[in-house]
Design a protein around this ligand. Sequence first.
Ligand SMILES: Cc1cc2nc3c(=O)[nH]c(=O)nc-3n(C[C@H](O)[C@H](O)[C@H](O)COP(=O)(O)OP(=O)(O)OC[C@H]3O[C@@H](n4cnc5c(N)ncnc54)[C@H](O)[C@@H]3O)c2cc1C
Length: 422
Amino acid sequence: MNIAVIGGGASGMIAAVISKRSGNDVTVFEHMPRVGKKLLLTGNGKCNISNTDMDPGHFHSGDLERVKNVLEKYPPARTLAFFEELGLRIRDRGGYLYPYSENASAVVDALRFSIRDLGIDVMTGADVLSVSKVMNGNDRSAEGRFVISSNDRHYHFDCVIICTGSCAQRNTGSDGSGYNLAKRFGHTIIKPLPALTYLTCEEDFFPSIAGIRTRAAISMFMGSSVNSCTDLCGVEVGELQLTKTGISGIPVFNLSHIAIKALDEGRFVRAVIDLVPDIPSEDIRSYMKDRLAKIGTRTVEEMLIGVLAKTLGICVCKRCGLDLRRSCSSLSENDIAKVCRMLKQFEVTVKGHGSFENAQVSQGGVSLEEVDDNLESRLVSGLYFAGEILDVFGDCGGYNLQWAASSAMAAAYAAALASQIG
Ligand SMILES: Cc1cc2nc3c(=O)[nH]c(=O)nc-3n(C[C@H](O)[C@H](O)[C@H](O)COP(=O)(O)OP(=O)(O)OC[C@H]3O[C@@H](n4cnc5c(N)ncnc54)[C@H](O)[C@@H]3O)c2cc1C
């Protein structure tokens, strides 16, 4: 059987290697000048390839049950075994898995060399414009086969695995064109939106606190008006990064999809930031009173130095309406209560977000309801999907590359089995 893999990214290269090893002829179509461009950017160039914690809560999809089925069949152990087989040693850093050299190019090279050694045909600069299946054509030998149109030429295949990624970071080749290929077969595309990106906020104090990184717990609320953002829809704890325009960092990235979807639906979003998550709410009052007893001679401007970065402490005090020149000892019970509340509930109004160009992944994609557990289309037999083109994405931490690998394995092994039966 001859199999076409459209897209030479993470999932496409893995699918190609497995398909070839199963005894099929394989051609990879990649419209960029080389394969694996996005992979090189992953994990800040280190490539966080997977994670030992595969709690399904780290994944987001319209059909989490199907995601779980695929991940259970092809868990991280299968991914690691696959890469070890290609000569890639893995390093475990507290559950976060990286190539041993902590260099993303090692992953790309392991895949590239394997593709070369197996004799897989890789067509770079080959933009796939359409895929169709021949039904009742004049040419009986082409019937039931797929026709791929690329660079003014047509190619015939028994089976196609679409691995074209999403529309996050177009410069890596993921330009969303795969969605159109799927649509032509009648597949439903859940609206793609950016995910794992920063959020912009309405408040004007952000330039004064830009550049600060601090441990925080962020709770995301949404609602139908600014004043009724009361539906709690996610909480993340981690290193918050404050920017000139809003909030960023891993906990924000992990919550961004919720905010982005809500804003897209015309809803309102509020983030409530606990700036001192290690001090329980019931203890904050006594903590501040103890603190003020020790540093009562300081001014309000200096009050939170040692707890928060100086400018963030000033911002907290200003938001409480306190005069910075006052002495801490002059603060009333009410003033102290305000500061405590602001430390535990620093509220910001989310008004925007990073674009696809600034997002690590897209949420949305080909509906999982229209594929089976092998990720074969329920609408067209012999057509498979793998990777981010599907309506699945994961949190930061190696979950997206794990999905790329698990889904590629599911599709490629099923296609290989079909070839043996057929
Ligand atoms: C900056 C950044 C950092 C990241 N870090 C991590 C990380 O550390 N860990 C993690 O798990 N995930 C990470 N991700 C996410 C992860 O990289 C993706 O989820 C993953 O690469 C998706 O794999 P894929 O094969 O589905 O798509 P891609 O890797 O995007 O590959 C799709 C390929 O298809 C090609 N293509 C598209 N359309 C066509 C067409 N019509 N014809 C021919 N070729 C086509 C593209 O050029 C591309 O090469 C990161 C993403 C970014 C942007």
